[in-house]
Ligand binder design. Structure first.
Ligand SMILES: *Cc1c(COP(=O)(O)O)cnc(C)c1O
Length: 391
């Protein structure tokens, strides 16, 4: 029987077979293919009768280590490492859907996920409906006879509204639908959707998982049965993660828990400070008692996450002035980095939506999203304060 360890131990010590060199840290396996011992082994591996690496588009010791760790962290049976978060979102849907199928998605999905649902999938006869996070009572009526999958993100970007994962798990089970949760904002350290009934958990590993703004990557995790189906699709269409990125990301997972603790601690301190600043109109952070879904956040998340959104009084003009006044904090679209990052969603990441569409997903003209980094919180708050208050 396998021994069971706690989260941090799994993230560091998920099983790896040492090579003849007896290395302590898992080395980088830059090899496109793997050698067979004999003709029978080659036949059996290709027939899926025995496990083993064949070709790095299918699997590699580094992607295997990354996925073994993530499965233990998310509580899922199996998984696939992908070249990017979007490769994970696309493959996890395209592999399981066919012409005539319908997806029910939360309206506030990541921008490129929107493009897949709105522009790419309709060409293949796959349709979708959006449902609003703020109106859970409308979701069930949007399920159609041909609905096959529910796709959601929680907390939402950038409004930081939450969906009740337990409720979603039950809704999916009742209608026999696949529940696919993009868990990129929370990471498995803060939230494990499979525990609430998600069949598929998708990730952009580019964000908090790497956590240092270095590599692009993604992951699809889930039940043995569904991952087998998705693996057929990824094996033959080729969105594989490079061994180098898998090696970097496997090391990154070893520090995920300590980094997330500090991201969340800094974020809560920043959010608390912003609530006390008289120039600030609104602040949203899941673990602030003022968050409308604070109780739900406490139920399904270990901590509040690394993102804080707020609105400076004065709307669009003041929001833009805030960004131009920043001295320390970076102005860039990424998130989940050691460096604190600020962005103005209405004029950048969500600029392609109409004003009305933005309003529905909680993006007001002056909204600022801060992905709180790991610098000393006193320096982060000092920069935010001077940028808000300077003319
Ligand atoms: C960044 C992001 C993605 C896309 O990931 P990439 O690694 O950039 O392809 C998907 N979903 C969410 C919530 C993200 O933040």
């Amino acid at each position: 029987m396998e021994e069971e360890f706690y989260f941090e131990t799994n993230a560091i010590r998920a099983q790896h077979e040492r090579s003849e060199f007896r290395e302590h840290s898992v080395p980088l396996y830059l090899t496109s293919s793997f050698v067979f011992d004999d003709a029978e082994q080659a036949r059996a591996m290709f027939a899926d009768e025995i496990a083993g690496n064949i070709y790095s588009r299918y699997s590699n010791p580094n992607t295997n280590e990354f996925i073994a760790k993530l499965c233990l962290m998310e509580g899922t049976e199996d998984g696939i490492a992908t070249a990017s978060g979007m490769a994970a979102m696309y493959s996890s849907m395209a592999a399981l859907l066919k012409a005539g199928d319908h997806v029910l998605a939360c309206r506030s999905v990541f921008g490129s996920t929107h493009q897949i649902l709105n522009t790419i999938f309709p060409r293949f006869g796959i349709t979708h409906s959006y449902a609003d996070i703020s109106e859970p009572e409308t979701w069930e009526s949007k399920i159609q006879p041909n609905t096959r999958m529910i796709f959601v993100e929680t907390p939402s970007n950038p409004a930081l509204d939450l969906l009740d994962l337990e409720w979603l798990g039950k809704l999916a089970a009742k209608h026999n639908l696949i529940l696919n949760v993009d868990n990129c904002f929370a990471t498995p350290y803060l939230q494990t959707p499979a525990k609430w009934g998600a069949h598929i958990v998708t990730h952009s590993a580019t964000k908090f998982m790497d956590g240092q703004g270095r590599v692009i990557g993604g992951a699809i995790l889930g039940t043995k049965e569904l991952i087998k189906e998705i693996r057929f699709f990824t094996r033959h269409t080729g969105p594989a993660m490079s061994p180098f990125n898998a090696w970097v990301l496997s090391k990154s997972l070893e520090t995920l828990a300590v980094r997330m603790d500090r991201h969340c601690d800094n974020a809560l301190k920043l959010a608390t400070y912003l609530e006390s600043n008289s120039h600030v109109a609104t602040v949203k952070y899941p673990f602030l008692p003022s968050h409308p879904q604070h109780a739900l956040a406490k139920k399904q998340m270990r901590l509040g996450g690394g993102l804080v959104t707020f609105e400076v009084k004065g709307g669009l003009d003041q929001g833009r002035r805030f960004l131009n006044n920043l001295k320390l904090i970076s102005h860039t679209p990424n998130l989940g980095d050691t460096r604190t990052i600020a962005i103005h969603p209405a004029s950048t990441t969500h600029s392609k939506l109409t004003d009305e569409e933005r309003a529905v997903v909680g993006i007001t003209p002056g909204l600022i999203r801060i992905a709180v980094g790991l610098e000393d919180i006193r320096d982060i708050i000092a920069d935010v304060k001077q940028a808000i208050e300077r003319e």
